[in-house]
Ligand binder design. Structure first.
Ligand code: HGY
Ligand code: MN
Ligand code: MN
Length: 422
């Protein structure tokens, strides 16, 4: 790529087309809350997911990209380069949302990648390396926990079979949902699982308040904090709520409350850097006049320091066991992602592109996890953040301005060309 093509390609990024596509995608699984917020509930490997993928595929093919799917159902849009023998530069994000999610988390990075392809097509640019846009399967982990199963399969971080028997709330297995996705998309070309990209860049909303609060237009992401997910199953015995003396009960709810209270002590952080969330609690049998025999609750624990992630995470099972009075408990870890640092290569390309376009930029780490986390061992990796309103995400009021979305797509286009020429 000679220097003359980047401004043409960057200028060909269309704010209007990108925004219209974001809003079109938001209607697939879209809902309106009582407060008037426009939310999205688009589970992975669902009919809604396939409807969104079909819409994306139509746009991509019209732009001149080829389309293919790998065994993990990761969807790839490819813009050919002049030397097809070279590993491509990869960009992209995810199309699945949280159940009570927003219109930008994930899908923005996929559509910003498509917008980069549109811009290259409009500017008549064929970089040395092909550019591929990926829509990773199941980043959120909302329907099938944990998240990032598509990118973990692609990079070999975990064998794809490790996820086979994960079930959703209806008891549907991940492997069966994947098979249904492949059957419904049997007309799409296939590709093998995994390859070593030349580099990977993911564009995403910040999902935090810093860029907006500091008046910055672009986040040059330096890395991602560590995350560990656990499920805790507390088991007691059902009893009659009206007759069983409290002294004789084995009440799973009471012991779960004790365990969560003890975990709050373990996870106390006066500097408010540590993140500890119990996002789901289910009880069985779940009636008001029967003492619960079983409680399952989830733990999402995060911190930027690997020592803290390991030490406090490893302490969880012991703290739970020590807190129990009458019940037993099993603690299962289902997601372990240590902090990652993106290093210099991709962040420098992002910083160069932002500077060349006169956009105010800062370097910052990501509090949210992303598929990029799993590309770090495989190739030079980085992310581009754009500001989102009040830093809110995983909520229907999640919002990013059209100009911010376009800024991110322009920086992505230039950084992709920079990396695709090396
Ligand atoms: O949970 C996360 O950090 C991501 O948004 N799925
Ligand atoms: Mn996301
Ligand atoms: Mn998310």
């Amino acid at each position: 790529m000679d220097g003359g093509t980047a401004p043409n390609a960057v200028a060909a990024v269309s704010e209007g087309r990108l925004w219209d596509r974001l809003m079109a995608m938001a209607r697939i699984g879209g809902f309106t809350t009582e407060e008037g917020d426009q939310g999205v509930n688009r589970p992975c490997l669902s009919a809604l997911d396939r409807e969104a993928r079909r819409l994306l595929i139509g746009w991509a093919q019209a732009a001149g990209a080829s389309v293919s799917v790998d065994p993990a159902a990761n969807l790839f849009l490819r813009w050919e380069g002049t030397d097809p023998s070279l590993p491509p530069v990869l960009t992209g994000s995810h199309m699945d949302s949280q159940p009570h999610g927003g219109r930008f988390d994930g899908i923005y990075g996929v559509l910003a990648g498509l917008e980069a392809i549109e811009a290259l097509a409009a500017a008549g640019v064929r970089p040395k390396r092909a550019i591929e846009v990926v829509a990773w399967t199941n980043e959120e982990g909302g329907r099938f926990a944990p998240g990032c199963t598509g990118s973990m399969s692609f990079t070999g971080f975990k064998p794809m079979s490790a996820f086979d028997d994960i079930t959703d709330v209806e008891g549907i297995r991940y492997a069966d949902a994947l098979a249904e996705q492949h059957a419904e998309e049997a007309d799409l070309p296939r590709r093998p699982l995994g390859y070593r990209p030349h580099a990977f860049i993911e564009a995403h909303i910040e999902q935090g308040p810093r860029l907006e609060a500091e008046g910055q237009e672009i986040g040059v992401v330096t890395g991602i904090q560590g995350s560990r997910w656990f499920t805790v199953t507390v088991e007691g015995r059902t009893d009659h709520a009206g007759t069983a003396p409290l002294s004789l009960r084995r009440d799973a709810v009471q012991d779960a409350v004790r365990a969560i209270a003890a975990l709050n002590v373990l996870m106390h952080d006066p500097s408010d850097v540590l993140r500890f969330t119990v996002g789901s609690i289910t009880t069985e049998p779940g009636t008001s006049n029967t003492v619960a025999r079983k409680v399952v609750f989830t733990i999402d624990f995060r911190h930027p320091d690997e020592g803290v992630v390991r030490a406090r995470g490893d302490a969880i099972p012991g703290v739970v066991q020590a807190a129990l009075k009458t019940c037993t408990a099993r603690v299962h870890e289902r997601f372990t992602a240590m902090p990652v640092d993106f290093g210099p290569t991709v962040p420098e390309a992002v910083a160069r592109a932002a500077a060349a376009q006169g956009l105010k930029a800062i370097r910052l780490p990501s509090g949210a996890f992303h598929d990029a986390q799993f590309l770090v061992p495989v190739c030079p990796t980085g992310m581009i953040f754009i500001p989102c309103r009040a830093g809110v995400s995983h909520h229907p009021s999640e919002y990013a301005e059209p100009v911010a979305c376009a800024n991110g797509a322009r920086v992505l286009t230039q950084a992709l060309l920079d990396l695709a020429g090396t």
